[in-house]
Structures are given as C-alpha cells and as structure tokens.
Design a protein around this ligand. Sequence first.
Ligand code: MG
Length: 162
Amino acid sequence: MRVGIGLDTHRLAEGRPLLLGGIRVAHARGLVGHSDADVVLHATTDALLGAAGMGDIGDAYPDTDPAFAGADSSRFLTETLERLNRAGWRVVNLDVVILAQEPKLGPVKAAIRANLAALLGLAISDVNVKAKTGEHVGHIGRGEAIGCQVIALIEPQAESKD
Ligand code: MG
C-alpha cells in the first residue's frame, strides 16, 4: 500500500460560484483560480498523484495552459484515477478535511462525500469528509480563503478484495 497527501488553498471573491468536491455550495463568494478552483477536487487529485509517485496537479494541469481555463476540476480527478488504474493501482480510501470559516459545511458534507465516492468509484464508507473552521485566525479564519487537506491510500489492483 502507498499513501499520499494533498493540500490546496484558494482565495474567496465575489462574483464566483463556490464549488467544493464538485458540489455547488450556496455562498455570497466563490473561489478564484484558473480552473473552477475546486480546492477539494484539487487536493484529492494531488493526494492520489502523490500516492502513486506521479508528481503534482501543476505538472499534469498547468495553470498557464488556456485549455484548463474555467475547467471542471472533476475532470482532473477522473483522469488521474484513470492514470492510477492504468498503472495498476486502486484507491482504498480517502480522508478529506475542508478548512472554511464560512459557509457552514455541515449541511453539504454528505453531498460532497457522495460525489467524491461517485467520481472515484468508491463506496461512501471509503470516503470521509470533515469540515473545520479557522477559529477566526489566519487567512482561513478571516474568510479570505478556503483550504483542503486530503490523505489517500492506494493499493495494487491485484490485492483488491473485490
Ligand atoms: Mg488549486
């Protein structure tokens, strides 16, 4: 088995939709980035790339490439999953921590969890989503940004129980 970690942060601004784990979350501000700026999908993609020793999301999807402007970040995750599968890996489980002072994520955690599981072909029980505030400290706590940390475990497909 191999483990990988992903970390991402994006700035919040008015006039942008807020997408977290591919779910549109109602909020006055959204995340700014070259793509749709979905921090959860970016950190998850990076965790999988890290576990497989495949570099990082910036290598695979440069933010200087116009092809990825406004991109739906679910594409980054599903293409990365295909790369892992071709290399003989399967995903075992994910643990996801979303860091946001606002909005309250309790009501959307289940939807984010279900969407991540669907994108990765995992059981809901193999994906965990937690939400933390920034306790009003730092860039997260002041509501300037939303961050996400993800740890992912992968194993060779031959060792799959199913
Ligand atoms: Mg990002």
